[in-house]
Ligand binder design. Structure first.
Ligand code: ADP
Ligand code: MG
Ligand code: MG
Length: 875
């Protein structure tokens, strides 16, 4: 039998999300549980994929859509283009994962001049009929022309100005008819053909446009940010219209069963009387809070409350719903598990456990680890905050604290951020085109729009602070300035936003770090119960290490010792070492560094409270340490009793064409064993000293030798380390266990891991270098051409952010298998950027790593991701 590409709502259910998309699956589920849903059908995501394969909607799919239309006409008792009883539909995109505002929806499809005349007469509601038509032309044109919205909005604004009105609803039937004609003329001018009158032609045009919208630039950016593969495709829903613009006893709205900002259990939302679809989110008019519906239409409100509780109990999660009221009758148009702030996510999960709706395991699974990032962002310094007067107040649309310089466009936000500025993006309202700029900003401030406006929804998704709907602002976007409370603000002026309270402050308020407590702590404790992999941190200072331990790290997976050499009090000694002519001179310089380095390690050991600490020996090429300024070169020359020319000659001699593949890592220890010796002494002496003072810590340090590619090479360096360590231990007359391991970051090390493992107590995958060397492109330069790879869909993800499980992952698996065969006690970790990325963590769990190591603020994310990986793996 051929594949089924079209499902009536009555044929689907919530578990068919992959095929029907989230929207379609839930429309079907709501139909099944008897809620009032305008009926229709869903064209599957597989049809979308097929469309991209064929470059058109193929005959088989066409036929099934035709059948769907016939069935839909039977169910509704209406017909496309019929003059007696015309069927009007919406055509709605809906992917597997929700992508709010990223793709297109068209309402009131099926209208043409003739049909409009008929329904106007038949209903006696000409204004409504005309309003539907102008909206349809507007949306259809926008979707077909991609970014045509502005032309039509300009025409509406002009019409309003001519009529001397401010609101859309003040335009008369006659005005709307004129607008429709103008819109059609605009369409013809831009596209070159007449606006289609045939409802079937309109329908296929719309379906194709939705398929195409899956590949629009903003959808592509959103997908990359949210790990959604292109291959998933989007479904298309064709649904009978319900008309919120029918009368003043009609309307449209959106609501959450719990507060998406705080998680508090109370109905939250907004609606607009006599309005349709986008009006609420587009900020055309300012909507009323959902509670006001109780006064306007009490019986509808009561029914809606019931529907809310049915849906929550059914889905066991907070719901985000879209509804329309036509002539006092309620229609449900969408439900989904609501997007929420991290804070709300934690509270809702804990509350649902306490309400007996879900288990702790389900609670752990329902929180997106990436979302936690926002909780780990700074908040305002409370002391300064208290002393700072509130400049103005608007809606706290997405929590967090933001302080930065004002910019007025998304492009400026991107540009300024790229050069290291902290910026706050101030806009009249945001649109999906602004998404990249919003990402670059510390915070977003909009003049228009409610809690469900585009800016609010997108900001919450990104975890960026957002204050919306600040009507106090008089905006002059064109000249990049605005006035607020009598003061003029220009580009570059400092401003601060509190996304929780909606408060706006003049100037910069300093921010402070976040901590884990309350519900966050509860979820983390549950996560730790299910987690099998350990989570360590990458930290070079006692302060970072202490922060990471506080956030739940179980030790250090990577301490980069080179960072310690850059500090002001020791860089001089290190440069002396580099410029030394003889071994003796080098050793003298290193002797100066030894006690400082020992102190560093003592601090780390103490901060880690007995958890393992892995110390990586010097890794970067030496030229990174030499001075570049004339002044510094002269100083160095003087202290070395050399001429400036001699120093410059040394510096030149360190130049490498390909430093990342140059004289670095353990290659330094091969040529200058005295560096490795000094570092070994520092580690061992520090451990002995700390153990003596704090026997309960029982430190056994892990020494990590970077960049091995060959077993003999590693053995050569390891023997040096072991000899010095054992000598130190013997001299001190104590017992001390220590380990020597290596990083696996060169493909050859992975391929010869059996030999390498004979000289290593542990492997730690340095996936930054491993990715670089496996692909053969430099991490520092790849950014320049990778964009072309994303555009051409050769890559969907940055391999430096998301582990390449196919290639780099295969090398990891080979290394683990070979390594364990020859050394069963070998322990395994990862310490690249990937150690803090949830999907990469899941992979690490699968291939059997003992720990991941990530930056301190990603530790809670890694703990949760590791728990989810463990739960999924036992399923
Ligand atoms: P998005 O995914 O961007 O939310 P939707 O497909 O949900 O797009 O459509 C946006 C809005 O259009 C809905 O919230 C609803 O108000 C309106 N809408 C969609 N379909 C219908 C319909 N059949 N009847 C009435 N309104 C509709
Ligand atoms: Mg929607
Ligand atoms: Mg490396």
């Amino acid at each position: 039998m051929s594949k089924k590409y079209v499902y009536l709502f009555s044929e689907g259910n919530a578990s068919m999300r992959e095929l029907l998309g989230g929207k379609g699956a839930n429309l079907a589920e709501m139909t099944n549980i008897g809620l009032p849903v305008p009926q229709g059908f869903t064209i599957t995501t597989e049809a979308c994929t097929q469309y991209y394969e064929d470059g058109k909607i193929n005959d088989e799919i066409m036929n099934q859509i035709e059948e769907g239309i016939v069935k839909m006409e039977e169910i509704t008792g209406k017909k496309f283009g019929d003059l007696e009883n015309p069927l009007l539909v919406s055509v709605r995109s809906g992917a597997r994962a929700s992508m709010p505002g990223m793709m297109d929806t068209i309402l009131n499809l099926g209208l043409n001049e003739e049909v409009v005349e008929v329904i106007a007469k038949k209903t006696g509601n000409e204004r409504w009929a005309r309003d539907c038509y102008r909206r349809f032309i507007q949306m259809y044109s926008d979707v077909v022309m991609e970014v045509g919205k502005k032309y039509f909005e300009a025409l509406i604004d002009k019409m309003k100005e001519e009529r001397g009105v401010t609101q859309d609803i003040e335009l008369t039937a006659g005005d709307l008819k004129e607008l429709a004609d103008q819109f059609k003329a605009e369409y013809k001018a831009k596209i070159g053909v007449d606006f289609p009158d045939d409802p079937k032609e309109q329908l296929y045009g719309a379906i194709k446009a939705v398929f195409r919208s899956w590949d629009n630039p903003r959808a592509n950016v959103y997908r990359r940010d949210n790990d959604i593969p292109f291959s998933w495709g989007t479904a298309v829903n064709v649904q009978e219209m319900a008309f919120g613009n029918w009368s003043d006893e009609s309307g449209t709205g959106v609501a959450f069963t719990r507060d998406p900002a705080t998680g508090e259990k109370k109905l939250m939302g907004e609606f607009l009387i006599n309005a349709q679809g986008e009006d609420v989110v587009a900020g055309v008019r300012t909507p009323q809070p959902i509670s006001a519906l109780k006064d306007v239409m009490p019986e509808v409100f009561e029914q809606f409350e019931k529907v809310c509780s049915i849906l929550e109990n059914h889905y066991h999660d907070m719901q985000d719903m879209e509804f329309t009221i036509q002539d006092r009758k309620l229609y449900m148009l969408q439900t989904r598990n609501g997007k929420r702030t991290a804070k709300a996510a934690l509270k809702v999960a804990c509350d649902l456990v306490d309400e007996g709706m879900i288990t702790p395991k389900e609670a752990v699974l329902m929180i997106d680890p990436r979302n936690l990032d926002t909780l780990l962002h700074p908040t305002f310094d409370q002391k300064v905050l208290k002393e700072t007067p509130v400049l103005s107040k608007a809606l706290g649309a997405s929590p967090g604290a933001a302080a930065g310089k004002i910019v007025f466009t998304a492009e400026d936000a991107k540009e300024w951020a790229a050069r290291g500025e902290k910026v706050v993006l101030v806009r009249l309202e945001t649109s999906p085109e602004d998404i990249e700029g919003m990402k670059s900003a510390q915070g977003i401030l909009t003049v228009r729009g409610g809690m469900t406006s585009h800016a609010a929804v997108v900001a919450r998704g990104m975890g960026t602070c957002c204050v919306s709907g600040c009507g106090d602002i008089t905006m002059d976007e064109e000249n990049k300035r605005f006035t607020l409370k009598g003061k003029e603000y220009r580009e570059g002026d400092p401003i601060s936003l509190d996304g929780s309270t909606g408060n706006i402050y003049d100037g910069i308020i300093p921010t402070v770090d976040a901590t884990i407590g309350g519900e966050f702590g509860r979820i983390m404790a549950w996560a730790d119960e299910y987690r099998t992999m350990n989570v360590r941190t990458n930290a070079d200072t006692p302060k970072d290490a202490a922060k990471a331990i506080e956030l739940g790290a179980q030790g250090i997976g990577l301490c980069r010792t080179e960072h310690m050499f850059f500090e002001a009090d020791r860089i001089a000694a290190f440069r002396e070492m580099i410029c030394a002519d003889t071994l003796e001179e080098r050793e003298n310089a290193l002797d100066k560094i030894l006690p400082m380095q020992q102190k560093d390690f003592e601090g780390l050991f103490k901060a880690c409270k007995g958890y393992p600490v892995t110390i990586r020996f010097l890794d970067p090429p030496l030229h990174e340490f030499v001075p570049t300024e004339e002044e510094d070169i002269a100083l160095l020359a003087e202290s070395q009793r050399k001429t400036v020319e001699q120093i410059k000659a040394i510096i030149d001699s360190l130049h490498e064409f390909n430093p990342m593949m140059g004289h670095r890592g353990l290659r330094l220890a091969v040529t200058y064993p005295e560096i490795a010796k000094m570092q070994t002494r520092a580690v061992i002496r520090a451990a002995i000293k700390v153990n003596k003072e704090n026997p309960e810590l029982n430190i056994s340090p892990e020494i990590m030798i970077p960049l091995a590619g060959d077993a003999t090479e590693l053995k050569y360096v390891k023997d040096i380390v072991v000899a010095v360590a054992d000598e130190e231990i013997k001299n001190a007359g104590v017992k001390l266990d220590y380990e020597v391991g290596t990083m696996i970051e060169i493909p050859r090390a992975a391929l010869t891991a059996d030999d390498i493992a004979k000289n290593a107590d542990f492997f730690c995958f340095g996936t930054n270098d491993l990715t670089q060397m496996t692909y053969g492109f430099s991490r520092d330069d790849a950014g320049k051409f990778l964009n072309a790879y994303y555009d051409r869909k050769i890559f969907e993800q940055d391999p430096f952010a998301k582990l390449d499980q196919i290639g780099v992952g295969k090398l990891m698996k080979i290394a683990i298998q070979l390594g364990k065969e020859s050394n069963p006690n070998l322990h395994l970790g990862i310490c690249g950027e990937h150690g803090g990325d949830p999907t990469s963590i899941e992979f690490c769990n699968k291939i059997g790593l003992d720990y991941v190591s990530c930056s301190p603020y990603r530790v809670p994310i890694a703990r949760l991701a590791a728990a989810q990986a463990a739960i999924k793996q036992t399923k």
